[in-house]
Design a protein around this ligand. Structure first.
Ligand code: FES
Length: 246
C-alpha cells in the first residue's frame, strides 16, 4: 500500500458516521476516525441494528473505521450489544478499557470487571469501573483483594457465572492467559494488544505481531485471529526494534 493510501482522516464529531463513510469512499480515503461522545455519533445511538448497517456500509465502501472518545478508549462497534461482559484489565491496560466498560454499561450490559495490578497503589480506574458495574480486584502482593494475578481471578468469575464475552487489555502474558481461558470456555474474547508504536500508519514495523501491524490491523484482535500468531504472548519489538520476549 502506498503512503498516500495509508493516510486517514479524523472526522471528530462534525459529521454523522454514515455520511462520513460515504464522504471517505467518494474521496478515496481508506481510514476514518470518529468521536463517540456527542451529537449523532454518541455511543448510546449504536444499537445492534445501526452497528449491522455500519458494518455492511464499511465492507461495501472498503473503508476502515477507528472510534475514539475523549477518554481515549476504543472498542469495536460489533461488540456493543452484548448482555453479560467480563472485562479483565491489568496495570495501565485499564486506561484503554475504561471507556469500553462504561460504553457497555450505558448500553445496558451487566459488566463485571477484574482489575489487576502489582500493588494496591498501582490499581487504576477502580472507582469508575465500580460505577459501571461490579468490580473485583487482584494484586500480586495481596495488598488489596485477591492475592494473585488477574487471569486467576477471571477464572473464578467465569466459574461463578456465564459471560457473553470477555474484553482484556494489559501485560501480554496476562492477556494470553485470559484469551486461553476464554477459548477453553468457548467465550468470545476481544484483546486490545499493546505494542510500541512509532509511526502509527504502517511504515516503521515497530508494532508488528507476526505478519500483522497492530497500528493498522488492530489493536483489537479476537481469539481466532490471535491463535494464528506465533508471537502473541511470547515476543514483541523493543524500543530499538529488536525482537525480544514479552
Ligand atoms: S508500523 Fe509503525 S507503528 Fe505500526
Amino acid at each position: 500500500m502506498k503512503l498516500r493510501e495509508r493516510i486517514g482522516v479524523d472526522l471528530g464529531r462534525k459529521i454523522r458516521l454514515e455520511e462520513g463513510i460515504e464522504w471517505a469512499a467518494q474521496n478515496a480515503v481508506k481510514f476514518i476516525d470518529v468521536q463517540l461522545d456527542t451529537g449523532e455519533n454518541v455511543l448510546t445511538t449504536f444499537d445492534a441494528k445501526r452497528c449491522a448497517a455500519v458494518r455492511k456500509q464499511l465492507e461495501k465502501r472498503r473503508v476502515r473505521l477507528g472510534l475514539h472518545t475523549r477518554d481515549g478508549g476504543v472498542e469495536v462497534v460489533s461488540g456493543l450489544a452484548a448482555g453479560q461482559v467480563l472485562a479483565v484489565g491489568g496495570g495501565s491496560g485499564m486506561a484503554s478499557m475504561i471507556a469500553a466498560i462504561e460504553a457497555f454499561a450505558q448500553q445496558g450490559a451487566r459488566v463485571v470487571t477484574a482489575v489487576g495490578a502489582k500493588t494496591a497503589a498501582e490499581l487504576l480506574f477502580v472507582e469508575r469501573a465500580n460505577s459501571a458495574g461490579e468490580v473485583h480486584i487482584a494484586t500480586d502482593d495481596g495488598s488489596r483483594g485477591f492475592a494473585g494475578f488477574a487471569p486467576a481471578l477471571a477464572e473464578k468469575l467465569v466459574n461463578r457465572e456465564k459471560f457473553d464475552q470477555i474484553l482484556t487489555c494489559g501485560p501480554e502474558r496476562m492477556m494470553k492467559a485470559v484469551v486461553d481461558l476464554a477459548k477453553r470456555r468457548q467465550i468470545p474474547v476481544q484483546a486490545s494488544v499493546e505494542r510500541y508504536m512509532k509511526c502509527g500508519i504502517g511504515i516503521c514495523d515497530a508494532c508488528s505481531l507476526d505478519d500483522q501491524l497492530v497500528c493498522l490491523d488492530g489493536p483489537i484482535f479476537t481469539a481466532e485471529q490471535l491463535e494464528r500468531f506465533e508471537e502473541f504472548g511470547k515476543f514483541r519489538r523493543d524500543k530499538s526494534g529488536r525482537r525480544v520476549p514479552v
